[in-house]
Design a protein around this ligand. Structure first.
Ligand code: ADP
Ligand code: ASP
Ligand code: MG
Length: 411
């Protein structure tokens, strides 16, 4: 049995006309001899609308109820789409996460997939030509509905492709593929034909929401070829795949940005063993990801600690810090919401120096102040003021010649 997994995002299913375009793509897959597993997101805006309702109803919405609420967005998409296919005479059925089941842990809002029963899926595929699966959702060992984090339908798609050893996982969205930077922010962004799993991981973790990071982790772990393409044209899109020698020739493959950031500074903490642990352990115990961290040089046995968290986690982080204030000897905590991250990414950086200084020089030329810096083997990230974001992305894109194939990117 040859299996094709196709995932369609919110804009691709937002209304009858668009779903008709999805129907045409599914029919094409069938005509090529595949059984098709179609993973759908909620219609665009629906998940936000449902989360807004939860906040209207409760000051502090219960997370498990929130997950049960937002899964209805995907349920609407898959049932309506299955009706369309049935009217067209296609043997299909809608499938919710709990019916497979896609078993997850009970970390509501950001649950991780633990297991997918492929025997049951294969049985269903023997009976039906198309399965229309609700993305983004699973079920915990306690039988409660869970969701996989924002953008989680990508992960459902790739995880199902891995579980079914599908030929490929196609991710259909509203842009033609993965670009050198967000094409909606930079008009000279260029579509990449291929990108390695590692680079895509950096793109996603640095904020490029075209693929959810966990979907790329799955793809890399199980070696699933992923093709990102547009629902609305026939461009072949971008293949996310294993790294090869040609890719290493490329010094910088793109620029990513993340607006969902805030900077927190804890002033005047004691500079002694255990202080970083005292600050960050309770934050991490609360499931909050801390990204960039800088500790200033010490004066009179005291220092300042600055770090970033996502804006959604700001309140909780401040609450934890005020609770633990006495243990760390801190006198003041400040936060700043007007910041964002911009990152330069490329596997070629492993073997070449000079990218960081080029990035810093480019930002200086635009008179953009760097607030914090962090690096990995294949990326350099700067925290800057949010008002400079578009300017920084465009200037860096230009400085690294990313609008030209090859361009200055090849050493
Ligand atoms: P979907 O609803 O189909 O899942 P998303 O909105 O989650 O779509 O992701 C697609 C969006 O990702 C694009 O509209 C684009 O603005 C954004 N994006 C950010 N960085 C990139 C990039 N490097 N390449 C392509 N798209 C990007
Ligand atoms: N509907 C969910 C969201 O908006 C999942 C997805 O679209 O991938 O985050
Ligand atoms: Mg998405």
């Amino acid at each position: 049995m040859r299996i094709l997994v196709q995932k369609y995002g919110g804009t691709s299913v937002a209304g009858l006309d668009r779903m008709k375009q999805v129907e045409a793509r599914v029919k094409k897959g069938l005509a090529e001899g595949f059984k098709v597993v179609v993973v759908l997101s909620a219609m665009s805006g629906e998940t936000n609308r449902l989360l807004g309702l939860a906040r209207q109803w409760s000051a502090n919405p219960d997370l498990s109820e929130c997950d049960a609420l937002v899964t209805t967005g995907e349920q609407v998409s898959v049932t309506l789409f299955a009706m369309l296919l049935k009217d067209a005479g296609i043997k299909c059925r809608s499938v919710m996460g709990f019916q497979i089941p896609i078993l997850t842990n009970n970390n509501y809002g950001r649950a991780r997939i633990l297991e997918i029963d492929n025997a049951k899926l294969l049985d269903m595929l023997n009976e039906f030509d198309v399965l229309v699966v609700a993305g983004f959702q699973g079920v915990s060992c306690h039988g409660r509905l869970t969701t996989l984090g924002r953008g989680g339908s990508d992960t459902t798609g790739v995880a199902l492709a891995a579980a079914l050893s599908a030929d490929v996982c196609e991710i259909y969205t509203d842009v033609k593929g993965v670009y050198t930077t967000d094409p909606n922010m930079c008009s000279t962004a260029r579509k990449l034909d291929r990108i390695s799993y590692d680079e895509m991981l950096e793109f996603s973790s640095m904020g490029a929401k075209v693929l959810q990071i966990r979907s790329v982790e799955f793809a890399k772990k199980y070696n699933v070829p992923v093709r990102v393409r547009s629902t609305f044209c026939d461009d072949p899109g971008t293949l996310v795949t294993q790294e090869d020698e040609l890719m290493e020739d490329v010094l910088v493959s793109g620029i990513a940005y993340d607006k969902d950031q805030c900077r927190i500074t804890v002033f005047n903490v004691m500079d002694c063993p255990g202080v970083a642990a005292a600050i960050f352990s309770p934050i991490s115990d609360a499931g909050i990801l801390v990204d960039m961290i800088v500790q200033n040089t010490s004066r009179d046995g005291r220092t300042d600690m600055t770090f970033t968290v996502s804006r959604t986690n700001l309140e909780k982080t401040l609450e934890i810090l005020s609770r633990d204030n006495k243990d760390i000897g801190a006198v003041e905590v400040q936060h700043d919401l007007n910041v964002c991250k911009v990152s330069v990414i490329g596997v070629g950086m492993r073997n070449h120096s000079g990218v960081a200084s080029m990035m810093f020089t480019c930002l200086r030329n635009e008179n953009i102040n760097i607030l914090m810096i962090s690096t990995s083997e294949i990326k350099i990230t700067c925290l800057i003021e949010e008002k400079y974001l578009e300017l920084a992305v465009r200037a860096l894109h230009d400085a690294f010649g990313l609008d030209r194939a090859g361009g200055d990117r090849v050493c």
